[in-house]
Design a protein around this ligand. Structure first.
Ligand SMILES: [Zn+2]
Length: 302
């Protein structure tokens, strides 16, 4: 389990990964998985994201928006733990909202979108404007920018204050770079259980090429569902907020499949090989990574 998802006692470590692959996994695949996925936000929620995180969440493709009605509705925010680690705190990204007279919807533009005037050309005239940002000068900077770009304002006043809590909606990215990051966790679990020689079999060439080089096999190797892995879990009742990983044969007993769920949220089905050419043997194995006590225990699943 990548450290970004918890520093577990006696984590399952692999000693058969070469230097080159290891740094590729950490710098490429895990970077995206820990920054752009919905699970990136769950890291913050469950206190696993350290303040010294290398990447700013604003570079993330993860979109978190305020959905509380009012002036702030639709504004993009970043979410972090407060210094004491006791609560989540939201900060607005520097951004501008426009609403053309006669229209009902506000359109929000981040600062980098404002730098490209053709994005918002139609809002030059007959438009209401909101400028938001942290109280660190970003509002002034954005307002100067708009004036420089020829916008003429009549200032009406401050936005309404937000209460102590805002409701937010998060929209993560699900694409190959995220899937490869998850497939790597699944494949490494197989390597941990069965050893390097086993996972070097040609049966696993397609998944290894997918993870390492991004060459996708004919059939998508990773699909996502919201069905929980654990028996008796459902949309409301959850036995854990931790990670679950379960390996077994597929239903036809031909291929090898691994289910991965980070924070027991989405379930990723990773097809490690479609048709195993060797002799069938029992393969069922699973682990639960408890994000509260950071212990790993065995689970049976599938
Ligand atoms: Zn390598």
């Amino acid at each position: 389990m990548p450290k970004a998802f918890g520093r577990f006692h006696d984590n399952l470590t692999l000693r058969c990964v070469c230097e080159g692959c290891n740094s590729f996994f950490a710098e490429e695949l895990e970077l995206f998985l820990t920054r752009d996925s919905v699970e990136a936000l769950l890291r913050v929620r469950y206190g696993l994201k350290t303040a010294s995180g290398r990447h700013k969440l604003c570079e993330s493709r993860l979109i978190v928006k305020v959905i509380t009605p009012g002036d702030w509705h639709g504004a993009r925010i970043t979410v972090e733990r407060n210094a004491a680690g006791t609560a989540l705190r939201a900060d607005p990204l520097p951004q501008v909202a426009f609403r053309k007279h006669g229209e009902t919807d506000w359109k929000w533009f981040l600062e980098e979108d404002i730098d490209q005037p053709r994005n918002w050309e139609r809002y030059r005239t007959d438009t209401d404007t909101k400028i938001v940002g942290k109280p660190d000068g970003s509002v002034q900077r954005l307002s100067d920018k708009l004036i420089k770009m020829g916008i003429v304002f009549k200032e009406r006043g401050p936005l309404e204050r937000v209460g102590n809590e805002v409701e937010a909606f998060a929209e993560g990215v699900l694409d190959d770079i995220i899937f490869r990051g998850v497939a790597k966790i699944a494949f490494n679990f197989l390597a941990h259980l069965k050893g390097a020689d086993f996972v070097l079999r040609p049966d696993f060439d397609p998944i290894r090429e997918y993870i390492r080089l991004g060459n996708a096999p004919r059939r998508a190797p990773v699909i996502v569902s919201k069905f929980p892995i654990l028996h008796r879990d459902d949309a409301i009742y959850r036995q854990t907020n931790g990670h679950i990983i379960v390996l077994d044969w597929d239903k036809a007993q031909e291929g090898i499949v691994c289910l991965v769920s980070l924070f027991n949220h989405l379930t990723y089905h990773v097809v490690l090989c479609e048709r195993y050419s060797g002799v069938w043997h029992p393969l069922n194995a699973g682990r639960h990574f408890d994000v509260e006590n950071l212990r790993i225990s065995e689970v049976r699943g599938l």
